[in-house]
Design a binder for this molecule. Structure first.
Ligand code: SF4
Length: 478
């Protein structure tokens, strides 16, 4: 559902391509949905030790003119799109973070959130470190710089062993890009090939745009060096692999965050969402005339629901894609536009109909309530809301900027209470088992996925989670 969750971050990098910065720009363009607050690119010319960097607040297309991309020479570059999940929304927190260390210059792009970020920072500050940003990513740079290991490579491995929580990282150095994923594998990160270059991206949709072929995922716990020897094509070398207690891929990537055309954790996102809808129709059937998605987040689940139930699918709500942050509400005295600015029902498809309304999740409930009311104002006879995930009962601590627990309506309201609040004729959620079944790819998905914001079973905890007022279950034994 639009505007319910802020997105997280996206990472992209390429080594050994004459148009490195241009391709990173395109890659970030494809990953824009993962963060819209700031974007940046850092590049390096082979054989030199200067890292060039351009970053700013705003959208990728607005930040990077051709002029600006020309200021990023070299055949190797990494980039980042950001929504602030740790640290505030300020230019100093925009990534890649560039630093000169005693092991050489680096630029780091990070997706995820370190649950021990505040502890690492406090410890480093107590030892005299000076931070330039409010982001947990800077702690990684400080730890690399302070490591007694002589090489940057070993220092990186040692540093990551001290980081708890979620990280998918691309670290640019004058000769290599190091990529790494935390042992839980919370956030996606994939490797691809484009001619003689190797590319890394948060999602495969960026590979499609630049014509790169998917090689494989960076495995949870892996640290890989992407490098080039002589004039040969870029190669990959696994530097380190740490076995985690379990995997904890973020199921919300499939529910909402990732682009439907991406392959995430080995599954196509659109297909998984369709399967969510099929499962939802099995678990939460209802007699109705039409299945209508809340665009865009409910579309693929709605196709699955329609397919399984035999109820016709219709685009009964039209979304205005051109509403940005710049929309200024006129004075209340003129009119309160609210959700109508973004969505409008198609009267002929809605009037007199019993509607199954499909969305991916309900957070506060306020938007769902407005949509239900709007459909009824346009003559809908009944509105049955169906949600293609379980009730969202807790926040995320692994890099998704979910609202706090007290803002989540399902944290302290029953399904019936939520139904009453949103004024729907009925309300049904997908079960956790049903959701996991849709991503089954062989192994037991309950051992592979994080479902903490639905289940309260947080795979890795931090002090602040322990102090959360509402009940949070013990960490899973794995
Ligand atoms: S808590 Fe939710 S959003 Fe966060 S990693 Fe787990 S499943 Fe994803």
């Amino acid at each position: 559902m639009f505007d319910k969750f802020k997105d997280e971050c996206g990472v992209f990098g390429i080594l050994n391509h004459p148009d490195a910065a241009n391709l990173v720009y395109l890659g970030l363009y494809a990953l824009q949905h993962r963060g819209q607050e700031s974007a940046g690119i850092a590049s390096v010319v082979p054989g030199t030790s200067t890292i060039y960097s351009e970053k700013d607040m705003g959208y990728v297309a607005d930040i990077f003119s051709q002029e600006r991309i020309k200021r990023l020479p070299g055949d190797t570059a990494v980039g980042h799109v950001r929504y602030s999940t740790a640290g505030g929304s300020m230019l100093c927190n925009a990534q890649p973070l560039v630093a000169s260390t005693n092991k050489g210059p680096v630029a780091i792009a990070h997706n995820g959130n370190l649950v021990n970020g505040p502890d690492l920072r406090a410890q480093l500050e107590a030892e005299g470190a000076i931070f330039n940003t409010m982001s947990d990513t800077e702690a990684i740079v400080h730890l690399i710089a302070r490591s007694k290991e002589p090489s940057l490579e070993r220092a990186l491995v040692q540093t990551l062993a001290q980081c708890r929580g979620a990280y998918s990282i691309a670290l640019l150095t004058p000769r290599r890009i190091y990529v790494a994923r935390d042992p839980y594998g919370f956030r996606p990160l994939v490797l691809g090939r484009l001619d003689g270059a190797i590319v890394v991206s948060s999602e495969t949709c960026a590979f499609d745009l630049i014509g790169a072929d998917l090689i494989r995922e960076v495995r949870p716990g892996e640290v890989i060096a992407i490098e080039q020897q002589g004039d040969t094509a870029a190669t990959m070398r696994v530097v380190h692999h740490s076995e985690g207690r379990r995997e904890a891929r973020c199921i919300f990537e499939h529910v909402y965050f990732a682009r439907p055309d991406s392959i995430v954790f080995g599954n196509n996102v659109a297909e998984v969402r369709r399967r969510f809808g099929v499962q939802l129709a099995k678990e939460q059937p209802v007699e109705a005339d039409v299945v209508i998605p809340v665009p865009d987040s409910g579309v693929f689940a709605a196709t699955g629901y329609a397919q399984e139930s035999g109820i016709p699918f219709q685009f009964g709500l039209v979304r205005n894609h051109y509403v940005g942050r710049t929309f200024i509400e006129p004075k209340q005295s003129i009119r309160h536009f609210g959700v109508k600015v973004k969505l409008n029902p198609v009267r002929d498809l809605v009037a007199g109909k019993r509607i199954v309304l499909i969305d991916d999740s309900i957070v506060r409930g306020t938007t769902s309530k407005k949509i239900v009311r709007m459909l009824k104002d346009f003559g809908a006879k009944e509105v049955h809301m169906r949600i293609s995930s379980p009730p969202t009962t807790g926040p995320c601590f692994y890099g998704i900027d979910t609202p706090e627990r007290r803002e989540l309506i399902a944290s302290d309201h029953s399904v019936e209470e939520i139904r009453e609040y949103i004024e729907a004729d009925s309300l049904g959620y997908l079960s956790e088992e049903g959701m996991l079944e849709a991503v089954r790819n062989g192994d037991d998905p309950s051992r592979l996925y994080c479902t903490a914001c639905f289940s309260g079973r947080y795979p890795v905890l931090r002090d602040t989670i322990d102090r959360e007022p509402a009940a949070v279950s013990e960490p899973t034994k794995a």
